[in-house]
Unconditional design. Structure first.
Length: 287
């Protein structure tokens, strides 16, 4: 099984859930009634429709019967999605150090065609060196064992492969200068991290911009966020907002559009990628 297939399983799960939700709503059936038909709760239907749980073929069959879907071709297509949606992702081998709420994000991240992000506190995980990542994990998890730290860093480095894949993800990142000046690890760790950013920013699929302090206030006042865009028909852009013990996924078109406007303004207001590389070189000379 390829990484793209396992990443895509999360996308298939969300697609299947959204299709089941549209079928239910078009028939005027409540979540409670749908849950009763598969011997489950209303909250289970909600999680299924959001693509946050795996699907059982029998449950989908029962829901399709309730929703009056009799076309064999349509039923077969949805059951095919069930099989694809239940493929285990590569990250499951890291489940011992991976919060359940973050597994969905990793699957989406790996399946995205365009990833746009604004970061303030840290350098984005996809751009971190191994030593910088180690320092970040140690700072954030002071009670973790050496083995836990090693596996969390290994997971972060594994995620970075999507930037150098045969069909790499298009990655647009706006970094606040604060993330570059806040030290993690020794001086040499930060120097190597800055060199890495300069090198990575030269890749054709990476657009890296630094929002300098001298810009003053800017459009990113709401804090860090990530936007995930997909090539699959029927799957809208999603905004990911990470919290301390959970995450929020925003998919309402009007709300996603607001984040898109902010990202657009950040990219327009900030220095160009070439100017940002010059800024990175200047910071490197100061360290």
């Amino acid at each position: 099984m390829s990484a793209s297939e396992s990443n895509g399983s999360v996308v298939r799960r969300i697609l299947l859930g959204s299709q089941l939700r549209r079928l239910r709503e078009s028939r005027g059936i409540t979540r409670e009634a749908a849950g009763y038909s598969i011997r489950a709760s209303e909250s289970k239907i909600s999680r299924m429709e959001l693509g946050r749980v795996s699907f059982k073929s029998r449950d989908v069959e029962d829901l399709l019967a309730l929703y009056g879907v009799s076309d064999e071709q349509e039923r077969a297509a949805l059951q095919s999605l069930v099989r694809e949606a239940n493929v285990a992702g590569w990250w499951h081998s890291y489940s011992d150090v991976l919060p359940g709420w973050f597994q969905t994000y990793i699957g989406l991240e790996g399946a995205t065609s365009l990833l746009r992000t604004y970061e303030v506190q840290f350098i984005h995980g996809l751009l971190q060196t191994e030593e910088y990542a180690d320092a970040v994990v140690r700072r954030g998890m002071p009670d973790a064992t050496p083995e836990e730290i090693e596996r969390r860093v290994a997971l972060r480095l594994e995620r970075q492969k999507l930037l150098v894949a045969e069909r790499p993800t298009e990655f647009h990142c706006v970094l606040d200068e604060a993330a570059l000046r806040r030290p993690y690890g020794e001086r040499q760790v930060m120097r190597e991290q800055l060199r890495h950013l300069i090198e990575v920013s030269e890749r054709p699929n990476v657009r890296l911009q630094v929002m300098p302090f001298q810009m003053g206030g800017h459009s990113g006042e709401s804090g860090a966020f990530t936007m995930l865009g997909f090539q699959e028909d029927g799957l809208p852009d999603i905004v990911y907002l990470e919290q301390l013990t959970s995450a929020l996924y925003v998919d309402k078109p009007e709300e996603v559009a607001q984040y898109a406007r902010v990202m657009g303004r950040l990219q327009a207001e900030g220095p160009s990628p070439a100017e940002s590389r010059d800024l990175l070189r200047g910071l490197l000379q100061l360290m």
